[in-house]
Each structure stands twice: as structure tokens, then as C-alpha cells.
Design a protein around this ligand. Structure first.
Ligand code: TA6
Length: 302
């Protein structure tokens, strides 16, 4: 594990645009600044927990009850789900959403130029991961803070056999009231409804509204999604590359109450729009090949 002092020496910047510090729970946090924005990334899970443009409300939702412990996923921001999504079929003992979000990622590089500040983190297969998932891989996660937030997850197959995995950037967005927003970009797309025995349905033509517990895997869809938030008078746009599925999730009140690391009423102020490759759109890589999935988040006035 890279110590805080060694990280400061190797990657910190004298102009404070790249700052390594002890964050919540003493976990190492990297603060990435530009002239007009700021982002925060924990090495634990390579977890982006904050992005805001100067003078604007943060774009990413963070639960006030999130834990910051080495064996727990941070609740909110952008958890990385890899190498499986949700429960692992046939392995009830495996952690939900894979092991990437509870692993300590290494810093590969950090740079600040003009209006962009970039952090590159990496995670490689290890004796611990091979015990859980017997495949060799090298993952690289590039977080670019600018007027937008861009997150690119590259996975390389460093083994001899074929690599098959699911992946998701499980992004929690802050909204004024989940009942008042609309989500565009899913009209006519089929989805698996995880709140209705995995029934396959088709999204109607009107912009989507959240009116109950919502847990849907839209497939296939490569479209951008726009959250229109009248309360905050802003649009959040999530565009993606090399992602064939999108998950929309809001736990609503009953599920929120059942989550220890999530406030009973916090469901009102968040919606997850997840850039992913899951279910029948899992990624298959031949030996030596790699794949990069990218999500870019931007805001515009409504
Ligand atoms: O992406 C939606 C989902 O799969 C939901 O089913 C719910 O489990 C959510 O992820 C959060 O999962 P977590 O393991 O972070 O509590």
C-alpha cells in the first residue's frame, strides 16, 4: 500500500491542484482541483465521492451515513462494480458488486494542466482476488476533473484464457426531489424490472419519472441520459462510451429504511444512473485484449 507521505512526495502538486490527505475514516483521499471545479477520489475502491463546479451544488450524492472502512463500500458517489454486478450467480458468499469497490487501488499518475486535473489509479489481480475470482486482469481507472467529470475504466486480460466480466460505474446523482425529476434517453428501450420478478418491459415514450422503488436494467442502450431537476433548476447529463446497458435505481422509502448506511429519507435526494455492461452484455476479452468503458458527467442550467 502506498503511504500518504510517499504519495504526497511522488504525486502531490505545489499549486495544491492535486492534494493527498487523510479523508473520512482515515482513508486516503485525493483532492483534484481546476480553476472552475473540484473532485475527490478515495484510493479505497477508486471511489469518486465529490464533483462540483465552482458556485454549484455538488453533482454526486453522498449518504451522510456512509461508512469509510476498508471492508465496506462507500455509500454514494461512484462505486465501481467489477468483475460482477449485484449478487454473484452461484456464489452467495461473494461480495455484492464484486471486489473492486472494497479494494485499495494504487496511484499510477496525477497531472494538472490548464482546466483539467487527472488521476490514474490501477488494480491488478493478486492472490486475494485470484482466490475470489480465478482470472488475471489489470484495471486502470482514469478520473478527469474539468468543467465535466470523466471516468474511464479500462480492463485488460493479462491471463492466458478468455476473460468474461460485468462492470458498472454505479453513479449516485444529487437531486432536489426524486419525485419531481424526469430522466430522458430511455424511451422505447427494454428493461429488466428487478422490482417485479425480473419481468422484461419496455420504457414508454415520455420522459421517465420515479414514483416508487425503481431498479431497472435497460438493455441494450448506448444513449446519454439527462436528469431534469426543476428544484435545482439544472440538468445533469450522463454520456457514455462502450457501455451497452444502463441501470436506474432509487430504493424509495422501505428499502432506504433497511439500509444501515443510508438515511431513511435520503432516497428523496438521489437517483442512480449507472453506466455499465451487465447481464447478457457482460464483456468478453481474449487474452491480451483490453476494453475501456467511459462515463462523462456534465451540468447545464434548466
Ligand atoms: O444498481 C442497483 C443495485 O443493484 C440495487 O439492486 C441495490 O442492490 C443497489 O445496487 C445497491 O447495492 P449495494 O450493494 O451498494 O447496497
Amino acid at each position: 500500500m502506498q503511504t500518504l507521505d510517499s504519495l504526497k512526495q511522488r504525486f502531490g502538486s505545489s499549486d495544491d491542484r492535486i492534494r493527498f490527505e487523510a479523508g473520512e475514516g482515515g482513508l486516503t483521499r485525493v483532492v483534484l482541483k481546476t480553476p472552475r471545479s473540484e473532485g475527490h477520489v478515495y484510493l479505497h475502491g477508486a471511489h469518486v465521492t465529490h464533483f462540483a463546479k465552482a458556485g454549484e451544488k455538488p453533482v454526486l450524492f453522498m449518504s451522510k451515513q456512509s461508512l469509510f472502512k476498508p471492508d465496506k463500500a462507500i455509500r454514494g458517489g461512484v462505486p465501481i462494480c467489477f468483475p460482477w454486478f449485484g449478487p454473484r450467480a452461484g456464489h452467495p458468499e461473494s461480495p455484492m458488486h464484486g471486489f473492486a469497490r472494497t479494494s485499495e487501488w494504487d496511484v499510477e499518475s496525477a497531472s494538472a494542466e490548464g482546466d483539467r486535473t487527472t488521476l490514474v489509479l490501477s488494480l491488478r489481480s493478486s492472490p486475494e482476488t485470484l482466490k475470489l475470482w480465478p482470472h488475471e486482469f489489470a484495471a486502470r481507472y482514469t478520473v478527469t476533473v474539468a468543467d465535466t467529470l470523466t471516468m474511464a475504466l479500462e480492463v485488460a486480460n493479462t491471463g492466458q484464457g478468455e476473460l468474461n466480466f460485468e462492470e458498472a460505474l454505479h453513479t449516485y446523482f444529487t437531486v432536489s426531489n426524486a419525485k419531481d425529476i424526469t430522466i430522458e434517453g430511455l424511451a422505447g428501450v427494454d428493461y429488466i424490472d428487478k422490482t417485479d420478478s425480473l419481468a422484461v418491459k419496455t420504457q414508454g415514450g415520455k420522459p421517465m419519472k420515479i414514483a416508487e422503488e425503481t431498479d431497472r436494467i435497460y438493455l441494450p442502450t448506448t444513449s446519454a441520459n439527462t436528469v431534469r431537476d426543476p428544484g435545482l433548476r439544472r440538468r445533469i447529463v450522463n454520456t457514455k462510451q462502450n457501455s451497452d446497458t444502463t441501470v436506474i435505481w432509487n430504493p424509495w422509502s422501505a428499502k432506504a429504511k433497511a439500509m444501515a448506511d443510508f438515511g431513511d429519507d435520503e432516497w428523496l435526494n438521489m437517483v442512480c444512473i449507472e453506466t455499465c455492461n451487465v447481464n447478457k452484455h457482460a464483456v468478453t476479452l481474449a487474452a491480451g485484449r483490453s476494453h475501456t468503458m467511459t462515463a462523462t458527467v456534465s451540468t447545464q442550467p434548466l
